[in-house]
Design a protein around this ligand. Structure first.
Ligand SMILES: NC(=O)c1ccc[n+]([C@@H]2O[C@H](COP(=O)([O-])OP(=O)(O)OC[C@H]3O[C@@H](n4cnc5c(N)ncnc54)[C@H](O)[C@@H]3O)[C@@H](O)[C@H]2O)c1
Ligand SMILES: O=P(O)(O)OC[C@@H](O)CO
Ligand SMILES: [Zn+2]
Length: 353
């Protein structure tokens, strides 16, 4: 008897384009959401998007509550939950980069409320995903969370954001190549749950982005369009899989460990990109696609070395040798690299001198 079943939860409305920031009120209306929203944002996104969107809501007779968070932590999730309960809100709107959206996503899941995702940077593929990524002591959890009811991605805002945020988003997508290699390996060796559709969508998304690399240039609003669509497609792959596996393998473990060893040194996307160069080498050796990954990153101005990340060589080695402990996720790193092997891959790929 066939007893398999799955829930794939995706946004109902995806609104992308120039000036769509002013359509958030209409989207809320279309979703029949009643009552007050709580905006979850961080300082700069508050200025560029949350305050103007709040003014639109006020003009429509709705008084939003606003909470500003600085870091993605479980304490921040708690604080948002407390504010939501104190203010008597009925839904959340995450406005900002990956951290603000993750916090809104996790809080709305706990509160059993809907949430909208309003990215102000094309810097990460959590815009539509049903996962939240939060550090917790020595670990980094990928938590099942509420997917957004709707996404409103204003390409005008995204194109005006600092260019490195967009290149970080591109690198987060390019890293899908190695994430899928790790997923297939884990399926073969550990029989982990695997979806060919999600894997194919994730790889295709990376391929389309790389094929359109010449459209990805600073100051070009079309770049924000191309990158945002790829970020959403990658998020959908995660929602289909019910896991971040299609977009997160050993290169993400490396980045999560760098977040612990060198907090704030580099953007998430940039770190996973550099990690991906090295884990591609570990999968396929000198003749594999590591050079293509490095060249694709370089072509969109993303870092390809430790120096460009602003991280010293020894921290890269420490991250490589310890990051398999971050979470129980089988990857090419197996039960860990020793120092010589780590130095070898980092040197041969030019990540360290
Ligand atoms: N849940 C998921 O599926 C998923 C996927 C990818 C990444 N993530 C998580 O997202 C985080 C990375 O996201 P991130 O790189 O956006 O980090 P972030 O949220 O810290 O944003 C980076 C910086 O950009 C600023 N910023 C955002 N929009 C701006 C704008 N328009 N103008 C100027 N500054 C702006 C933010 O305030 C912040 O200082 C990590 O915690 C990562 O684990 C989650
Ligand atoms: O599950 P994690 O490793 O946080 O990954 C989510 C996201 O960063 C994938 O691009
Ligand atoms: Zn990522």
């Amino acid at each position: 008897m066939f007893e398999k079943s799955t829930w794939i939860r995706l946004p109902r409305n995806v609104v992308v384009g120039h000036g769509v920031r002013s359509e958030v009120v209409d989207v809320v209306d279309d979703l029949h959401l009643q009552g007050r929203p709580l905006f979850v944002t961080s300082p700069t996104p508050r200025e560029v998007a949350a305050d103007p969107i709040a003014a639109d809501f006020e003009a429509a007779g709705i008084e939003p509550a606003i909470v500003t968070i600085e870091k993605a932590t479980f304490d921040a999730v708690e604080r948002v939950i407390e504010v939501a309960e104190a203010e008597g809100v009925s839904y959340l709107v995450g406005i900002g980069g990956g951290k603000a959206i993750d916090i809104a996503k996790l809080a709305s899941h706990h509160l059993e409320m809907g949430f909208l995702s309003v990215p102000t940077a094309a810097s990460h593929d959590g815009i539509v995903s049903n996962r939240g990524s939060v550090p917790d002591g020595d670990s980094r959890h990928s938590v099942a969370a509420e997917p957004p009811l709707a996404v409103v991605a204003d390409t005008g805002i995204l194109a005006e954001a600092p260019w490195e945020l967009t290149t970080a988003g591109c690198a987060d997508i390019i890293s899908n190549y190695t994430a899928v290699m790790d997923w297939r390996l884990a399926q073969r060796l550990q029989d982990v749950e695997y979806s060919e559709y999600a894997a194919a969508l994730s790889e295709m998304t990376a391929e389309i982005l790389v094929d359109n690399a010449d459209l990805i240039r600073p100051g070009l609003e079309e770049s924000a369009w191309v990158v945002t669509k790829a970020l959403m497609s990658s998020g959908v792959a995660m929602s289909i899989a019910g896991s971040s596996r299609p977009a997160s393998g050993a290169e993400h473990l490396f980045s999560h460990q760098l977040d612990r060893l060198a907090p704030g040194a580099a953007l998430h996307g940039h770190q996973v990109g550099v990690g991906s160069i090295m884990t591609a080498y570990l999968h396929q050796g000198a003749d594999g696609i590591w050079r293509a990954i490095r060249d694709a990153l370089a072509s969109i101005d993303a870092p390809t070395t430790a120096a460009e990340l602003g991280i010293d060589d020894e921290t890269v080695i420490e991250a490589l040798t310890t990051c398999h402990e971050i979470r129980d996720r089988y990857t090419i790193l197996g039960s860990g690299m020793n120092e010589r092997a780590a130095r070898d891959v980092a040197t041969k790929t030019g990540v360290i001198d």
